[in-house]
Write a new protein. Structure first.
Length: 193
């Protein structure tokens, strides 16, 4: 099993460390040629979604990755990564991969509450530490999207088919349980194929 981490901008190193700590090999996606290597799952890290979206297009990685996600490549997306996957953004004219049928609001907690820490349950995972940094949240989900967690009444984690997306940063904590869930998702998707 091998996991690819989008490494054009943002907090990708922390994801790589966590996946390697769990004993799984990682590759970095920095340019189009990196897509020629084989990988079974994709991580879209936090950062600045506008910059990531622009770089993905300029580097010609946008279409091949969108195609693979549509075909069922397992994805773990955090914060800006969630924004990249969202079908709609309620406060931005741009949209990116549009493979996750949800509406996301960017910088949704406003300036003052933009960054905060809390501990909440996620479906099947008790007391998960959640680090929010200028975070988005999910305003609306379409049929087939499973809501995994809410904070302050807002949806902050979802799963849709092989896409696991959250508005906080599990890679910035010591808790590896969401990354383990993602590796399980990859494993079962490999078993099915
Ligand atoms: N505010 C960022 C954006 O809109 C996301 C923040 C993050 O990834 N921590 O892209």
């Amino acid at each position: 099993m091998r996991v690819a981490v989008l490494a054009v901008q943002g907090a990708f190193i922390e994801h790589i460390k966590m996946i390697e700590q769990l004993g799984v090999e990682c590759i970095e996606l920095r340019q189009k040629a990196d897509l020629e290597q084989s990988f079974d799952g994709l991580i879209l890290p936090g950062g600045e979604s506008t910059v990531q979206g622009k770089l993905l297009r300029e580097l010609e990685m946008f279409e091949p990755l969108q195609k693979r996600i549509k075909q069922g490549l397992p994805v773990l997306a955090t914060c800006a990564g969630l924004i990249l996957l969202a079908e709609n953004l309620s406060n931005d004219e741009r949209s990116h991969f549009q493979t996750l049928p949800v509406t996301v609001k960017r910088n949704a907690y406003g300036r003052q509450l933009g960054s905060f820490y809390t501990i909440e349950d996620i479906d099947g995972i008790k007391h998960f530490p959640m680090e929010f940094i200028r975070a988005p949240y999910i305003e609306e989900v379409k049929t087939g999207v499973e809501i995994l967690a809410r904070v302050k009444d807002n949806i902050v984690a979802v799963r849709y088919q092989n896409q696991l997306a959250m508005s906080f940063h599990p890679e910035l904590t010591e808790d590896t349980r969401l990354h383990e869930t993602f590796l399980q998702l990859i494993k079962s998707s490999l078993e099915k194929s």
